[in-house]
Design a protein around this ligand. Structure first.
Ligand SMILES: Cc1cc2nc3c(=O)[nH]c(=O)nc-3n(C[C@H](O)[C@H](O)[C@H](O)COP(=O)(O)OP(=O)(O)OC[C@H]3O[C@@H](n4cnc5c(N)ncnc54)[C@H](O)[C@@H]3O)c2cc1C
Ligand code: SF4
Length: 573
């Protein structure tokens, strides 16, 4: 459904027949709004045309958070207008179909030449385009230069993916520091060590004030998108109320500038802290615009490095932030690509064998053939990867949809996600995923929930983080041990427990916190798989000292807690 005001604004920038013939035509995927790198930088605006597809089929694919759809579509529209303003011709196409099918029809109708496209970040889009290519769409793939590393960097670190192989992110991060020279002097890490993680684990108790981040109230274009989302995707997860995310290039840059100057200097020490009165703390909240291509990881890394060198950001904070971007973010996307989105793991839905992705050298021209094979005819390429190394399979309960459970930590974080489509790393890991692990909720269901509930979720980052880091469903491919804890960790790192009906110090009896009994029964349940893990020795030693009677009571308390969570009906989407 075309939108009147935006449609009117973009209409004058449609190409003529001569533009179609004379310009280089580039397809801009829904997550690559940049003219700071890639094909848009390679010729003048007057020689360039872009194709953008606003696809209803894609937006309806899962019940994406309303704010995710708003930030994505509004950035898409603003990017189209920004490019038009500099003289680029824009074919902005509204379609009920998938991106690939819409492009195929548009190319035939408009007699467009083969479209240049950066190799898509999302596996789902790669599959969609591949199937449209099989039906006649003509594309020319070029490397995606928005990434801060190449496939070669990853393969040089670990070699090609093999079943059963284990990856430790740190190896990749060290290599990237060495290759890039970031925070390095004379081939040695500045400060004498690659990671300052151990210094970054303080709870926040008001030691220093938290700056108020800028807010970006909707302009007329965003208002129109909000109305569209309410009309077409009104049944989706979350709320569109109080939308304040950046949707123009200038606002995205302003968001990052604020984070660099006001949040990053104190990012490190409180990186793991959790608060109910300030969800963001010192986190940058930049993932949403990074994952849309509005700002580039390598620019952020260089900005932070320069600020550290100028003494504006302490080394531990700078290193902590750079490790997330140069390490974790890049590592996760490579792992996703190399494992075909975790579909090559043992225990996943069987798929036809496929080639691993080959590096497209930056020197190769756009004639380079891309390396994605169509999956076999008898495999469903879109079926979710379903590893579950710990055999977790219970359905995800209603608390993840905002039904109050009485667990203050869960209710608080989920309410934040319903409102904003965002919460920071530790709440994702040590509250939402921790509870799922302890109870044995399905890692796939949890992944799908994160995928639609978060504004920054895309397959390459959400599947790896949830199936790998957060749930250990991949059996240790990504994390050396499961990230699980009882109430003690949440109590130490947050102000949640003081407001809860449960007592974090009590494992049994009336008012006892369910996290603790769930923790011990998690260890018991998974003893065969985990007790040999050297990083799990301490908890297993403590478990073994527990008396049989106490274990019986812990099991009963844990069962009661799971039954309570499962007792609320879950909203259907
Ligand atoms: C269960 C779970 C699900 C997650 N799902 C997503 C997701 O869908 N999308 C997403 O971008 N991140 C995801 N992450 C990683 C991380 O939690 C978010 O990137 C981060 O919280 C975003 O907030 P921020 O921009 O304030 O990050 P900051 O704390 O300011 O960190 C800076 C940047 O580092 C990058 N980063 C940090 N950790 C990771 C990581 N583990 N993987 C990839 N990038 C990382 C992000 O781009 C982030 O913007 C997930 C983590 C967990 C444990
Ligand atoms: S007491 Fe337990 S349930 Fe309550 S907030 Fe703390 S960890 Fe969460």
């Amino acid at each position: 459904m075309p939108q009147p005001a935006f449609a009117r604004l973009i209409e004058p920038h449609r190409p003529s027949a001569a533009d179609i013939l004379e310009r280089r035509w580039i397809y801009i995927p829904y997550d690559r709004y940049t003219d700071r790198t890639g094909p848009l930088t390679e010729q003048t605006a007057g020689q360039t045309g872009i194709v953008i597809v606003e696809s209803t089929a894609k937006a309806l694919r899962r019940p994406y958070h309303k704010k995710k759809l708003i930030v994505l579509i509004s950035n898409m529209r603003h990017f189209a207008l920004e490019q038009a303003a500099r003289g680029v011709k824009v074919l902005y196409h509204f379609s009920p179909e998938s991106h690939g099918q819409a492009l195929r029809k548009l190319q035939a109708e408009q007699k467009l030449p083969p479209l240049t496209v950066m190799v898509p970040a999302e596996r789902e889009l790669r599959l969609d385009l591949a199937s449209a290519e099989a039906a006649g769409l003509q594309l020319r793939y070029v490397p995606d230069t928005t990434w801060a590393s190449t496939t070669r960097d990853f393969l040089d670190t670990y070699g090609a993916y093999k079943t059963g192989k284990s990856y430790v992110m740190d190896r990749f991060y060290r290599r990237m520091r060495q290759n890039s020279g970031v925070l390095m002097a004379n081939a040695k890490p500045i400060g004498g060590q690659f990671s300052f993680d151990a210094e970054n684990r303080n709870p926040y108790k008001g030691q220093i004030p938290i700056p108020d981040p800028p807010s970006f109230p909707p302009d007329a274009i965003t208002e129109e998108v909000i109305a569209l989302v309410e009309a077409t995707y009104g049944h989706h997860f979350g709320t569109s109320a109080n939308f304040a995310l950046p949707c123009t290039q200038a606002d995205c840059d302003r968001m990052w500038k604020f984070a660099l100057e006001h949040l990053l200097p104190t990012f490190g020490p409180y990186e793991d802290a959790m608060r109910d009165d300030h969800a963001q703390l010192f986190h940058s909240k930049t993932s949403v615009i990074l994952n849309l291509g509005r700002i580039l990881a390598i620019d952020l890394i260089h900005d932070v490095e320069a600020a550290a060198q100028a003494g504006q950001i302490p080394l531990a904070s700078a290193e902590g932030f750079i490790r997330q971007l140069l390490g974790w973010r890049e590592f996760m996307r490579h792992l996703h690509e190399q494992t075909d989105g975790y579909r090559l793991l043992a225990g996943s839905i069987p798929q036809e064998p496929r080639k691993v992705v080959q590096e497209v050298s930056p020197n190769q021209t756009e004639q380079a053939a891309h390396a994605y094979d169509l999956p076999g005819a008898n495999a469903d390429p879109y079926a979710g990867a379903t590893p579950s190394a710990l055999g977790a399979s219970l359905p995800l309960p209603a608390v993840y949809w905002g039904v109050k459970s009485g667990l203050y930590c869960m209710d608080t974080v989920v309410a934040e996600v319903v409102d904003e489509g965002w919460s920071h790393h530790i709440t994702r890991l040590m509250v939402l995923s921790n509870l799922a692990n302890l109870c044995g909720f399905s890692p796939r269901e949890l992944t799908d929930w994160f995928w639609f509930a978060y504004v920054d979720a895309y397959d390459w980052v959400v599947e790896t983080n949830v199936l790998g880091m957060a749930t250990y469903a991949d059996g240790g491919l990504t994390a050396t041990k499961p990230y699980v804890s009882g109430a003690a960790y949440i109590n130490r790192m947050s102000n949640f427990c003081g407001k809860c009906q449960y007592d974090p110090k009590k494992a049994l009896g009336p008012g006892s916190c369910p996290f603790t009994s769930l923790y011990w029964t998690f260890l018991e349940r998974n003893e065969a798989v985990l007790s040999g893990n050297f990083r799990m020795q301490m908890p297993y030693n403590t478990l073994r000292k527990k008396k049989p009677d106490e274990l019986v009571q812990l099991r009963a308390r844990a069962e009661e807690a799971i039954a309570h969570l499962q007792s609320f009906p879950r909203p259907e989407y």
